[in-house]
Design a protein around this ligand. Structure first.
Ligand code: ATP
Ligand code: MG
Length: 357
């Protein structure tokens, strides 16, 4: 007999606890997750081990940020009764599969990954990054495949990681499950493969630029508007978006960072069109005025989130309960996959059991 849950499409996505969540997360991924939890079997991972790739000396802060991210999830409308929120390090199958998957990808293939290259450049890591830093890309394939997810709602920067995941899944199914290298992706499971070939489900705004007007909004680049920012902070940060335009009568470039915020956060399409028209013509409309309208819209979006967040402020026990229940459920799915993978790869010698309390 098939249960209702097993016929639903599986979703896996998540966040690294390198700081609180921001507007880029909302438009790039979380908004979509909130929709998907109505129809899909959703798993949301707090990738705390991956945070050690750049913050190995800040273990205490990583732990704090894990709880903060759950607060942000709840604020944005993720419902722990419908979705599974869990900690990466409480699901050991992921680490075990990471090691195995690392054997299925050429080292140079990982190092060619454009997202890794961008991160190394934007964070000024030079050649000082740890061995574990590029390994996180392989780890992310394990995050996804451990849950045999069909789709991964992510921002544009993550697409190369999903491509790597697809390659690993195909290779595993070919090496260990007898699936032909000519098989269409959609047939891998029906042909006996352990892993479905997952697709990236990219959000409506796939790359929200930060308040520096240049780089992707990121927790670790000091250019983010956080979900938990106060109305005043939001106003101040939006005020800082730099366009280089001098006067309200200068014709502006509606392809700039400021207009990405107009397009993304001002809801009335007629108002957006009017602003664009006046801005491009330099029809006496200053950047300052546009920033005010953006700040109003962003604050209207964030206000109900702030209210939901306030319920859990200071209540770590409630957050830990959500993470415990989620991690127990995640392990059920993960252990099932690990067992299938170990059998397929002739790695299963004995039975074992995992128990979380
Ligand atoms: P870090 O600076 O630590 O890399 P981050 O802000 O880039 O943090 P991640 O945890 O790497 O956030 O990303 C989590 C998810 O949010 C990913 O799916 C990513 O694509 C999406 N995301 C992050 N920033 C943006 C953005 N500015 N625009 C669209 N999507 C984004
Ligand atoms: Mg990132």
């Amino acid at each position: 007999m098939t249960t209702a849950a097993s016929t639903k499409q599986r979703i896996l996505t998540g966040d690294t606890p390198t700081g609180p969540l921001h507007l880029g997360h909302w438009v790039g991924s979380v908004k979509r997750r909130v929709e998907l939890q109505e129809t899909s079997d959703c798993y949301f991972i707090i990738a705390n081990l991956h945070a050690f790739t750049t913050r190995a000396d800040q273990a205490r802060e990583i732990r704090r940020d894990c709880l903060e991210i759950v607060r942000d999830y709840l604020a944005m409308g993720i419902d722990p009764d419908r979705s599974t929120i869990f900690l990466q390090t409480e699901v050991p199958a992921i680490a075990e599969l990471t090691y195995l998957f690392a054997m299925l990808v050429p080292f140079n293939r990982v190092m060619r990954n454009p997202t890794l290259k961008d991160e190394i450049r934007d964070r000024g890591m030079g050649d000082h990054y740890s061995f574990g830093f590029p390994l996180y890309a392989v780890g992310q394939t394990a995050d996804i495949l451990t849950f045999r997810a069909h789709a991964v709602p992510v921002g544009e920067d993550q697409v190369p990681h999903i491509e790597l995941t697809r390659e690993v899944a195909r290779r595993f199914n070919q090496y260990y499950c007898g699936v032909s290298d000519q098989a269409p992706d959609s047939d891998h499971v029906s042909l006996g493969g352990v892993f479905p070939i997952p697709v990236a489900d990219v959000g409506t705004v796939s790359r929200l630029v930060g308040t520096d007007g240049r780089l992707k909004m990121s927790k670790s680049l000091n250019n983010a508007i956080f979900i938990k920012d106060s109305p005043k902070e939001v106003k101040k940060k939006i005020g800082r978006i730099f366009t280089g335009r001098q006067s309200p009568t200068d014709p502006g470039d509606a392809g700039n960072a400021l207009f990405q915020y107009v397009d993304t956060f001002i809801e009335d399409p007629a108002r957006v069109a009017e602003l664009r028209d006046r801005y491009t013509r330099g029809d006496n409309i200053g950047d300052g005025h546009i920033k005010q309208e953006i700040a109003q819209s962003v604050n209207a979006l964030l206000e109900p989130m702030r209210e939901r967040r306030a319920v859990y402020e200071g209540d770590d026990d409630a957050i830990m309960d959500i993470l415990r229940a989620g991690s127990i459920k995640a392990n059920e799915a993960a252990e099932e996959t690990l067992d299938l993978a170990r059998r397929a790869a002739h790695l299963k010698f004995f039975d074992r059991e995992l128990k979380l309390t």
